[in-house]
Design a protein around this ligand. Structure first.
Ligand SMILES: C[S@@+](CC[C@H](N)C(=O)[O-])C[C@H]1O[C@@H](n2cnc3c(N)ncnc32)[C@H](O)[C@@H]1O
Length: 292
């Protein structure tokens, strides 16, 4: 198919036709919005208003050329090298997970909880398994007076996270560390610990979306051990030693194992409150716990 003219609407029609066998209509619309934001600096609402505008030839070419790569099912965020999260732009690459809307909900939940408190630099937050740094950077942006730290086992992911902190003008302390290895744990206590850890058993890979499997880092998705809640258990053990009394733990959960995680947290007897919360689609997605 040829593009009928250099009007934005004709580029959109081109995307609709060419990508119809890879994506559904709403996905194509979302992809097109991201492409227009990237190349034309249009916000989502501006895209539709600009449908009849003529686009300059070099932008038409850039937008046209992306289609070939999109047809390989590579996520648009990896093609553009960026993703939006909680109104901030983050660099992403093959070493970092694409931040998900559920994680934005988690960040929103934490910010709303913590805004009620008096915060200062002694109030330390730790994000475990930080990836692109989307969680700590968004938290620091909205809870500016706190001290925010983040760890990941991947040096490559941490490089991306550091870049994102700088781009978004935030100060976060980074550390490369394997949370499953107790001997590497830091000798610091935190007021808040948050994590969206890997939680997929390798055996479940066959049921997963090809786009995720082929392009997202397996280190961010899969648990090595034959225990799909190993990270949650280790982080709860970490909380025993490194979460301050009265401190908060927040997890993003796999809805399939949410009850297992809550039961483990309750049996560990270090929390006086644990609650599973649902996400916008009604799935058991978050755990909030308060230490005794
Ligand atoms: C599900 S991703 C979450 C990334 C990011 N926090 C987000 O929500 O988009 C899990 C992260 O945990 C990191 N990770 C995997 N194993 C780890 C380990 N043993 N210790 C610390 N981090 C680990 C991965 O590199 C990955 O960045």
């Amino acid at each position: 198919m040829k593009i009928a003219s250099n009007k934005l609407i004709d580029l959109y029609k081109y995307y609709q036709t060419e990508l119809a066998s890879n994506y559904d209509a709403s996905e194509i619309e979302a992809i097109f919005d991201l492409v227009c934001e990237h190349f034309l600096n249009f916000s989502k609402s501006e895209v539709k208003l600009a449908y009849q505008s003529h686009i300059n030839q070099s932008d038409v070419l850039n937008i046209y050329l992306l289609v070939k790569e999109l047809k390989t099912n590579k996520p648009i965020q990896y093609i553009l090298g960026e993703a939006w999260f909680y109104d901030l732009k983050f660099k992403v690459n093959a070493h970092t997970l694409i931040p998900r809307p559920e994680t934005e909900e988690l960040v929103d939940l934490i910010i709303r909880d913590l805004k009620k408190q008096t915060l200062n630099a002694d109030f330390k937050l730790l994000d475990i398994g930080t990836g692109s740094g989307c969680i700590p950077i968004s938290l620091k942006k909205h809870l500016a007076h706190t001290t925010v730290c983040a760890i990941d086992i991947s040096n490559e992911a941490l490089e991306v996270a550091k870049y994102n902190a700088e781009k978004n003008n935030t100060l976060v302390e980074w550390k490369c560390l394997n949370i499953l290895d107790e001997s590497s744990w830091l000798d610091t206590s935190y007021s808040v610990i948050v994590s969206n850890p890997p939680y997929v058993k390798k055996g479940e890979a066959a049921k997963m979306d090809e786009r995720v499997l082929q392009h997202e880092p397996h280190l961010a998705l899969f648990v090595e051990e034959d225990d799909d809640i190993i990270f949650y258990k280790k982080i709860i053990q970490f909380c025993d030693k490194h979460l301050c009394p009265g401190g908060y733990l927040y997890f993003e959960l796999n809805p399939l194992t949410s009850n297992q995680v809550k039961n483990y947290a309750d049996e560990f007897k270090i929390f006086n409150f644990t609650e599973i919360m649902v996400d916008m689609s009604g799935k058991a997605r978050f755990l909030k716990a308060i230490k005794k």
